[in-house]
Design a protein around this ligand. Structure first.
Ligand code: TYD
Length: 213
């Protein structure tokens, strides 16, 4: 039987263009939550399970049809929910995931042009539908200009298959994230991430406060 809402953990996802600073914020958020005595699971997509990490290696390196790409993203997600996310929330742990389904709408939908209706079908298949649909309690969308994102990527490590895409691909990804945020009834919080770290952290702390009820 599902626990009452107050005893279930909270599910927080982080999204944004590559180079938006997600990872830095993720580690800081995990530390803040742990300092409050919470059990925190930090995970990522694609990945998060042994099988999911194998799929991640394929997804980030192998050329494939765009529908294959979407199906594998959701296959990895199904496993992630079954093995990690759902059991953790049920135990009362908090889950912080570096990307989740909004990334599929942004990259496979916006970036590659897969229809939103197909993605919505996969979302329902994997996350359930109606009031039983598993959705993050809050999604933090780190929005940066394309210039900032590309500059950060340029002086980093070797780029993966998505990061190597042209600027117009990333522009479409960014726009799809913003569209999805606008349609999310407040779940997705758009955070202007061109600002200094301390300013962003103060905003994040305020955004998470309503989850501690
Ligand atoms: P990312 O979090 O950027 O990994 P890293 O910080 O190690 O580079 O995720 C890897 C890539 O996967 C990223 O470019 C976006 C892509 N992706 C999708 O295209 N669709 C999805 O559903 C997910 C979860 C990720």
């Amino acid at each position: 039987m599902q626990k009452p809402n107050s005893q279930r953990g909270r599910f927080i996802t982080l999204e944004g263009l590559d180079g938006a600073g997600k990872s830095t914020h993720l580690n800081w958020l995990a530390d803040c939550l742990r300092a409050r005595g919470l059990n925190v699971i930090v995970t990522r997509e694609p990945g998060g399970t042994p099988l999911g990490e194998k799929l991640r290696a394929l997804l980030l390196n192998e050329h494939m049809h765009l529908e294959t790409e979407a199906l594998l993203m959701f296959a990895a997600r199904r496993e992630h929910i079954a093995q990690v996310i759902a059991p953790a929330l049920e135990r009362g742990d908090w889950v912080l995931s570096d990307r989740f389904t909004d990334a599929s709408f942004a990259y496979q939908g916006g970036g590659r042009g897969l229809s939103w209706s197909k993605l919505a079908e996969l979302e329902q298949w994997v996350q359930g539908s109606g009031s039983a649909m598993l959705q993050p309690d809050i999604t933090l969308l780190f929005d940066v200009s394309l210039e900032v994102s590309q500059a950060r990527l340029a002086n980093g490590r070797e780029l993966d298959r998505f990061e190597r895409e042209a600027a117009d691909f990333h522009q479409r990804v960014r726009q799809a994230y913003l569209d999805r945020a606008a349609a999310s009834a407040g779940r997705i919080k758009c955070i202007d991430s061109d600002r200094p770290l301390e300013v962003i952290r103060a905003e994040l702390a305020g955004l998470l406060e309503p989850l501690f009820v």
